[in-house]
Design a protein around this ligand. Structure first.
Ligand SMILES: [Cu+2]
Length: 184
């Protein structure tokens, strides 16, 4: 399952930034290009896979007093907490559960671009046995309805191992979110 997040608006002097919050979670993939107002195209790579919550590098972690500790830490008074960035905490429940992740994160990384820019997003499905699409919620998709991410309607699902490239114009301005429309 992919979950969803939205981000706040970011005003900019002459234009607006778009922010797409993503859903599910890899640290090895460069998420984004830092696009400027001079760019006409902005390209991103999203890799969707399954991750376990409350784990860090294969080790269990647990929450205590707003911090996260390795499973074998008994006395937290002098222990160094685990970096929160390294853990998908999800709802904070201690037992690990399987979640969809984008680039290793859940929620997935934000995509921030200028209004009117052409956005290219390469989505790779690394799930074991589920197809997926990504819907760019709130975007007009004028002239590109086939990029709307609706499985079986505007496109076939992206099967495990496949990469599909979305290409659409960033409009309208504001804050939007992206999420899967399959297996959710
Ligand atoms: Cu939607």
């Amino acid at each position: 399952m992919l979950s969803i997040l939205s981000f706040g608006k970011i005003p900019l002097t002459a234009s607006w930034l778009f922010i797409f919050g993503l859903v599910a979670a890899i640290d090895t993939i460069a998420l984004c290009q830092n696009c400027t107002m001079m760019d006409t195209v902005c390209e991103f790579f999203l890799e969707v896979d399954h991750r376990l919550t409350m784990m860090r590098n294969g080790d269990l972690v647990y929450p205590k007093d707003g911090k996260i500790y390795k499973y074998d830490v008994i006395d937290t008074s002098n222990a160094i907490p685990v970096n929160l960035e390294d853990v998908i905490t999800a709802d904070g429940w201690e037992n690990p559960s399987l979640t969809g992740a984008v680039n290793g994160k859940m929620p997935g990384p934000p995509i921030i671009v200028y209004e009117g820019l052409m956005v290219i997003v390469h989505v790779t499905n690394k799930l074991i046995n589920e197809g997926l699409t990504i819907h760019w919620h709130g975007l007009f998709q004028k002239g590109t309805p086939w990029m709307d991410g609706v499985p079986f309607v505007t496109q076939c699902p992206i099967l495990p191992g496949q990469t599909f490239t979305y290409k659409f114009k960033a409009e309208s301005k504001g804050t939007h979110w992206y999420h899967s429309h399959l297996g959710t």
